[in-house]
Design a protein around this ligand. Structure first.
Ligand code: HEM
Length: 329
């Protein structure tokens, strides 16, 4: 064996033995993020690096007439579009207790099936605004959290990160534990831009509003069974459909579109874009969710990403996570 082939063989062996997250890192930040999530939550083959525990349901979306004045998107023609929705707990642990503080923020991912055969996604969560504003800070938050054992005092690394990023604890303070995925309000956090038929642009953030919000007290949350959120939805849907309104909070001049840690003032106009109706469970949710990939940047004509750097970083890291979970089913 030549020196070079020996070096190559050694490198290949090390790559197999050493988990990816301890690699000296010149990988793209999107890969570093998934490595950091894996370090924090562990590697669970076949599961998402984040929002690992979830349930898939189905329904439809019908846009309001006002939606079409804001955007020429095929989402907003008024036609009834089939949708696939995945609700989830936060974090990369597939066996998390649904009422655990670590299960917050809860997630909702919506896939619209367009008449053209294409797809478009909205991926939202129950945080009113995001803890960090850059992909690098998201990675470093995961690494800082990974340095603290759950239930133990915070590590010096986590303390330092929280002290230098006050938006983390401010954002987390907006969270509650819902009694059902149906009784939670979800936020897009990242800004997008509508373009209408006249070419006018309007920046906005999604809000997915339920019929009502119901948050549990700590005492009530402590009484819930480990899968209470996953178990609740099929029982509800057997009785009647669950509905949400998809809304857009419109930015005013001067509102930052690139900083998701900054909520826009509450008096900004909110437009009702239409009604989302969930009325079906799927036969094998566990199998269905493995095949699904939701991307916040999978948009249609008439909707563009803003200058928020998280959108592209999310698309990239979701794809890395999807690649890994599909390779190790
Ligand atoms: C830099 C910022 C972020 C990064 C790097 C990130 C990373 C990830 C990753 C790697 C996954 C797993 C994807 C998969 O395997 O399919 C994921 C899932 C998810 N994320 Fe994020 N995330 C970020 C911000 C956000 C924000 C701002 C929201 C909501 C407003 C959000 C909501 C979700 C939801 C709901 C899922 C589950 C999607 C599904 O059901 O397939 N994330 N995230």
């Amino acid at each position: 064996m030549t020196k070079n082939t020996l070096a190559a063989a050694l490198a290949a062996t090390i790559a197999v033995i050493v988990p990816t997250w301890v690699r000296a890192d010149d990988a793209p930040v999107t890969t570093q993020i998934v490595d950091a999530l894996n370090k924090r939550f562990g590697v669970h083959p076949g599961y998402r690096a984040n929002h690992a525990k979830g349930i898939v349901v189905e329904g439809s979306f019908t846009a309001s007439s006002e939606a079409a004045t804001l955007s020429k998107s095929p989402l907003f023609t008024g036609a009834k579009l089939p949708i696939t929705v995945r609700f989830s707990d936060a974090g990369g642990m597939p066996d998390l207790h649904d009422a655990a503080p670590a299960a917050n923020p809860h997630g909702m991912a919506i896939k619209f099936h367009l008449p053209s055969g294409g797809e478009s996604d909205i991926v939202v969560n129950s945080l009113k605004f995001f803890p960090v504003a850059t992909p690098e800070d998201f990675r470093d938050l995961q690494l800082a959290a990974a340095s603290s054992l759950p239930g133990s005092p915070k590590s010096a690394q986590l303390d330092a990160f929280l002290a230098s990023h006050p938006s983390v604890e401010k954002a987390n303070a907006t969270l509650g534990t819902p009694d059902s995925f149906a009784d939670e309000q979800y936020y897009g956090v990242n800004a997008f831009v509508f373009i209408n038929k006249a070419g006018q642009k309007q920046s906005f953030r999604y809000i997915i509003a339920p019929e009502r919000v119901v948050h549990l007290s700590q005492a009530e949350a402590a009484k819930q069974s480990p899968n209470y959120l996953m178990d609740d939805l099929p029982v509800r849907l057997a009785k009647r459909p669950v509905t949400f309104h998809i809304k857009a909070q419109l930015a005013a001049a001067g509102d930052s579109t690139k900083d998701p840690t900054q909520a826009w003032p509450d008096d900004r106009k909110v437009v009702d874009l239409g009604v989302l109706t969930i009325d079906k469970t799927v036969a094998d949710s566990a199998a269905a969710q493995k095949k699904l990939l939701f991307l916040p940047g999978r948009l249609t004509d008439g909707i563009e990403p803003s200058d928020d750097p998280l959108i592209a970083a999310r698309d990239g890291s979701y794809a890395v996570s999807f690649g890994r979970r599909s390779a190790n089913p």
